[in-house]
Ligand binder design. Structure first.
Ligand SMILES: [Zn+2]
Length: 452
């Protein structure tokens, strides 16, 4: 059989135009399993031709319509044609677009007329369609730039993709996201009520390119949550123009009214809550992640268990068992003073055992070391401890685990050490921004809104 593809365009003025886009041949006698239906290569060629047909017709329609002078309704003359290259998802086309002479009806003299008009210039300021740019950015955020270019070439009749142009597009989209082009529709101030915001923060470490004189780069990743919304974010502090402004923008896009309380949950790294403090420009409640405390308590518990199991243990077991058991309970309920006191008792009791035989001494030293670790950790973060039990019962978050999933999603999956790529601060910053937007579905939702 033969399949003919014909496109019929009906212009707004009622005229129609028919184009033949070629044909497919499927002779049944020689049909192979490979020849059933439309093949990828056929589809790519059909799409390319269809795109060309639609583009040419659209350019024709828009140029014709813009020749009519809005003041006197006369048809203006065409000055000349300019050749323009237009990049789309479905091919790169060189098109001829007209420039139109200005009408003299409204001008006092020839001098005030100005140069010819380019009615189509505003449609492709970057010589490429926004959809192409977004797809390049999205694929570049999901895969390596080289891989992204390859995927596009496999499925689309687009022009040859260079990994550098994918990278540049991603950078451009990252800037647009920074300029808030992809912000959610702004909530009107009446709808904004004082919802408390929670920011979960963590850091991902990625390899740095050698010319930056250091081994690793820190990508700050996190999640902002209010009662209604949540959004991920990622940034590299030294590449961001103003990291705190970016976080502030993200807070506002999530519905923050500029006043309602902001809580930050992170591990003991002081730079992270400070970033949010600068963004908020006021007091921020910082809460130390419970999981990081719990893990250190676990180390103490294990060390005590090891000590009690030594053969020649000569102390009174309950003196060690009790504080180790109670420690977690004290910290969970925010009784930090009692908790640290029991830590000190544990350390003192271990001190006495250090005169015993080597096995006990080693185990006791281990308990002391674990206790000291926890003690220092608590002492350094004293202001960030809270009654975790009460928060938990009230349904409030106590752990930054939601930021930890962002570490994987935004940082490690695309830029992790196992991928053996090295990054410049700026490159990593752009990928972090676009990846966060892609994972939130912000890139595509804007597109659907724009198309609707
Ligand atoms: Zn006119």
């Amino acid at each position: 059989m033969d399949v003919r593809i014909i496109v019929e365009t009906t212009f707004e003025n009622g005229t129609t135009k028919t184009r033949r886009l070629g044909r497919l041949s499927r002779p049944f006698r020689s049909t192979q399993p490979e020849g059933f239906g439309l093949l990828l290569e056929d589809a790519k060629s059909v799409l390319w031709q269809l795109q060309q047909a639609i583009l040419l017709d659209q350019i024709e329609e828009v140029s014709e319509a813009s020749r009519v002078c809005p003041d006197c309704n006369k048809v203006r003359t065409i000055h000349d044609y300019r050749s323009r290259v237009l990049d789309t998802l479905f091919g790169r086309f060189r098109v001829k677009v007209p420039r139109i002479r200005r009408c003299a009806c409204n001008a006092k003299s020839e001098v005030t007329l100005g140069g010819p008009l380019s009615p189509l210039a505003r449609f492709f300021p970057d010589r490429s369609t926004p959809e192409l740019q977004r797809l390049q950015a999205e694929l570049g955020a999901r895969h390596s730039f080289r891989e992204a270019a390859r995927i596009m070439e496999i499925f689309l009749p687009c022009a040859k993709q260079a990994n550098t142009s994918v990278r540049n597009r991603l950078g451009k989209i990252a800037k647009e996201i920074g300029d808030s082009e992809y912000a959610e529709p702004v909530v009107s101030s009446a709808e904004k009520n004082a919802t408390p915001m929670t920011v979960f923060l963590d850091g991902a470490h990625i390899r740095c390119r050698p010319e930056y004189q250091k081994r690793h780069l820190d990508v700050v990743v996190g999640k902002i949550e209010s009662a209604q919304m949540s959004r991920r974010f990622g940034l590299v502090q030294q590449a961001a123009q103003s990291p705190s402004r970016q976080v502030r923008q993200d807070l506002q896009d999530t519905g923050w009214d500029g006043e309602s309380p902001v809580t930050v949950i992170s591990d003991g790294e002081p730079a992270l809550p400070n970033l949010v403090r600068y963004a908020v420009g006021g007091p921020v409640r910082h809460i130390l992640d419970w999981w990081h405390i719990s893990m250190r308590v676990k180390h103490v518990e294990n060390a005590v268990r090891g000590l009690l199991q030594t053969k020649s243990f000569s102390g009174i077991p309950v003196l060690f068992e009790r504080p180790a058991e109670r420690l977690r309970w004290y910290l969970w309920h925010g009784k930090v003073r009692v908790g640290t006191t029991s830590l000190q008792w544990l350390m003192t009791d271990c001190e006495r055992l250090c005169k015993d035989d080597p096995e006990v001494r080693d185990a006791a030293t281990r308990v002391q070391a674990r206790c000291r670790e926890l003690y220092t950790y608590l002492a350094n973060n004293m202001d960030s401890l809270t009654d975790y039990g009460r928060r938990y019962r009230n349904g409030l978050p106590i752990s930054s685990s939601r930021a930890e999933s962002c570490v994987d999603d935004i940082g490690n999956t695309r830029m992790g050490k196992r991928r053996r790529m090295r990054w410049s601060p700026k490159g990593a910053h752009h990928v972090a921004i676009v990846r966060a937007a892609v994972l939130d579905g912000r890139l595509t939702s804007t597109y659907h809104r724009a198309a609707a």
